[in-house]
Design a protein around this ligand. Sequence first.
Ligand SMILES: Nc1ncnc2c1ncn2[C@@H]1O[C@H](COP(=O)(O)OP(=O)(O)OP(=O)(O)O)[C@@H](O)[C@H]1O
Ligand SMILES: [Mg+2]
Length: 269
Amino acid sequence: MIQSSQPQTEPILRLRGVSKNFGAVSALTDIELDIHPGEVVALVGDNGAGKSTLVKILAGVFQPSAGTIEYLGNPVSLSGPGKALELGIATVFQDLALCENLDVVANLFLGHELAPWQLDEVGMELRAWSLLRELAARIPSVRQPIASLSGGQRQTVAIARSLLLEPKIIMLDEPTAALGVAQTAEVLNLIERVRDRGLGVIIISHNMEDVRAVADRIVVLRLGRNNGVFTADTSHQDLVAAITGASENAVTRRQKSRAEGAATREAGL
Ligand SMILES: Nc1ncnc2c1ncn2[C@@H]1O[C@H](COP(=O)(O)OP(=O)(O)OP(=O)(O)O)[C@@H](O)[C@H]1O
Ligand SMILES: [Mg+2]
């Protein structure tokens, strides 16, 4: 198992011994996780491994049953979603929560209008443009309704919106799950630009190609526990082994039987 060298900087976020029980179900047990500034950490694991539960704890949606969370070196209690946001931990949930009928500007500023007493439309539009330009986002017009945007453009708007509060950590739950090849590449580029702004990025994904393309470290969860930290150059097979908990599993068996089948055919047997 490859234990990658940790970055030299102090972590923004440090979890130790974090557990979460739902009644008799242990969703998370004794989790350790460090997130540093300017790194992308992928959280991977099979269905039910505990990824969403962990993200919800960091988003202040669930309270851990045990363990400590340190933010910038201080122990914190993420007692609610407002508290997590206020500290600087932003989450883009899988459903994005955008308003279809409103335009890009309105969605970016929904809930935090620059000057709510007079809705400073010009100011908001300028800020929207400058943010999207910084992110090199491909949005044709900030006055376009969300309903007319592609999946990748919507993801971009949702990420840009969470950046307006200037967080230090941004968590993305399956940001490329519903996207085609070109849109996926665009969102992965965007994630890199967010990282280059010095944020710590946590990305949940089932797509190992995306994970390897963008992650600095890959944290594997299995049955609610840590099961290794890997680098992007780890082989697909090793990652699958950590995720499934076995070097011999359905995926590797299938690959092996296909390889053997090919060899048999080649030998003309
Ligand atoms: N609100 C809840 N009440 C009871 N059990 C829950 C609750 N939320 C999650 N669990 C359980 O906790 C475990 C971890 O679930 P979680 O949703 O975190 O997995 P996941 O890694 O996100 O899976 P997936 O890849 O399918 O999204 C599962 O056994 C799940 O049934
Ligand atoms: Mg999940």
